[in-house]
Every structure is written in C-alpha cells, then in structure tokens.
Design a protein around this ligand. Sequence first.
Ligand SMILES: Cc1cc2nc3c(=O)[nH]c(=O)nc-3n(C[C@H](O)[C@H](O)[C@H](O)COP(=O)(O)OP(=O)(O)OC[C@H]3O[C@@H](n4cnc5c(N)ncnc54)[C@H](O)[C@@H]3O)c2cc1C
Length: 332
Amino acid sequence: MRALQDLASAVEPLTARLPWGGPPPAPTGDLRVRVARLERPVPDVAVLTLVPDRSGDRLPAWQPGHHVDVVLAGGVVRQYSLNGDPRDHARYRIAVRRIPGGTGSGLVHGLTEGATLGLRGPRNAFPFARAERYLFVAGGIGVTPILPMVQAAHRARTPFRLVYTGRSRASMPFLEELPEGADAAVRPDDEYGPPDPARLLEGLTAGTAVYVCGPAPLIEAVRAHAPPGTPVFSERFAPAPITAGAPFEVRLGREGPVVPVAADESALEAVRRVRPRTAYSCRQGFCGTCRVGLLEGEPEHRDRPTGGSPRGAEFALCVSRAGEGERIVIDV
Ligand SMILES: Cc1cc2nc3c(=O)[nH]c(=O)nc-3n(C[C@H](O)[C@H](O)[C@H](O)COP(=O)(O)OP(=O)(O)OC[C@H]3O[C@@H](n4cnc5c(N)ncnc54)[C@H](O)[C@@H]3O)c2cc1C
C-alpha cells in the first residue's frame, strides 16, 4: 500500500499537467510493445528497446529514416525515429531527449522497464535514397534517424562523411556506435564553437546527397550553403517558424468563439489558447492528429496539403491557414 502511495505521489506532478487529469488511461495503438530495456547513455536522453508485447509477434520492417508514432498514457502521441538495426525484426530502438515542460518526452522519461506502449507506423518522412556518396549532418538528438543511415552506408561501402554536432561530448548519444574507421567529425560546441556552415559542407563534390537532421538553424544553414543542384534531405523534429503567414480567424463551431490567429503562429497554437486539450502530434501536417472538419471558408495550405478525406473538407490545425483577414469555421 505504501509503495502504491509513493508511486501515486511520484506520478502526480506529471499527470497534473496532462490534459485529461486523474489517472492515465491505458495507451492504445495498432501494435502493443513492451519496454524491454531503458538506458540513459547521456543526461536527458532515454534510449528504449521495444519488443512485441505478445511473444511470437514480429515488428513491421523499416528503413533508415522511418519513425513511429508512440502512443503514450492519455492518448498523447509523439513521433520518434527508429535508430536500431533495421535487419533486426525482433526489436525497435528509440531515443528520446527530455524537453523541459514537454508532455510526451516527460511521459517517456517516466517509463520503466516492463511498461507497455502503443505504436503506429513505421512511417517514412525522410526517405534514404541510393547515392554515389553522402554527407550526413546530425545535430544533437537529430542523430537518431542519421545513425542507421550512416551504418547502412558503411555496410554498403558507400563513401560518406559524417558531421555530428552537439553542445558537448557528454550530451551526445551514440558516439560509441559510429562505425569504426568512418570519417566522423564529432564537433561539440564546447570544443569548436557553434557549427560553421561553410565547414560543415567542406569538400562537397558532385553526386553527394546531403542528409541533415537537427535544430532548425542547422538545417537552414545547410540548405542555404549547399551548392546549387545538391540534393539536400532534411527532417525537422519541431515545426519550422512561420515566416510568410497572414493573420486570419478561426470560429470554433457555427456558434462558438472566434479565435484570432496571428501571422507568425499556427491555428493550433491559437486554438490551444482557448481549448488547451486540443490534441496534436507532429505539428508538421503529416500525422493527421489535429485534423478537424471544415464547416465554412476556403483554407490555404502551408507546407503540406491536408489531403482529401472521405469525410469531406478538413483543416489541419497545425499547417492549414486562411487568407489575410478571412474567417474559417471548424467543426470542434
Ligand atoms: C518525424 C519526427 C521524428 C522525431 N524523432 C525524435 C527522436 O528520435 N527523438 C526525440 O527526442 N524527439 C523526436 N521527435 C520530436 C518528438 O516527437 C516530440 O516533438 C518531442 O519529444 C517534444 O514533445 P513533448 O510532448 O515533450 O513536447 P510538447 O509538450 O509537445 O512541447 C512542449 C514545449 O516544447 C517545445 N518543443 C517541442 N519540441 C521541441 C524540440 N524538439 N525542441 C525544442 N522545443 C521543443 C514546444 O514548442 C512547447 O513549447 C521527432 C519528431 C518528428 C516529427
């Protein structure tokens, strides 16, 4: 009983911040997995080895660049890149950096070995294509999709260069898993200063495909400095800042309140100010968690279209917008 009380008081500060309040409902997802191993190789990063909860089940195949939707307590869904060995169909591995105040990463860091989770996917928004040679650029936890790419290039004997940046060596996971003999330039800021885009792209030759994942400024610097014609593939863990938006309004139902959306914010951010429980996940338009029915108005789309729906017109709160001064009405 005492142990249960201790557990309840440990969990309480986290559940108090969660949208549903009270004890967390059991997670659901297409695939149930169990946390077989939980390691903390560097502070603030939890590395989880996940196995099917039912013995004998096999995990779906994946390629470097794939991520899964992890369904956490209370139905909170967050994406995490698969960073283990794609040839191993018995287990997945993900690594999660704790974001201060973050709901999903806080829940992951509160897990223990033996916990069960729901998974959806794998999904690939960062396809790894064949190239003559590669430049891989990883920033901090952005190493997660890059690591299996580096290992695949190494196995295939495709020439590559890796630049792995981070705040300090002590904060950078998986340093010991970089392939032996690979020309890995590990560039912690505390030894070299913030990354210099010109040096990141040093010696880039024709036929090189660039794969980059990390903080937005790193991705933008690589894109801005890559010679014209260089194929650059990137993945963002957080949405890009909105720079070319216009202000518009969203009405929550035909009789509901009207919420102004500023030029530099998403409808999701604006709606969550009045409806903090509004569910979201990828915040980049691909997972569908925040799609709602559209009752009136003509949305414009930013980045990615919301796609056709058998249920009629939809509006993805995280990326869909309307024209300047216009009002759309959503079915919430
Ligand atoms: C395709 C894809 C793959 C991903 N793979 C990984 C992975 O392998 N490992 C991993 O740790 N994360 C990964 N992420 C990010 C992850 O899905 C979550 O967004 C992240 O863990 C934060 O979620 P949260 O619920 O803790 O924060 P939230 O509660 O959603 O946000 C809390 C606050 O933190 C801010 N915030 C959210 N994300 C970030 C961020 N990345 N950096 C700085 N501030 C942020 C929010 O704007 C908000 O103010 C991936 C995301 C995508 C889209």
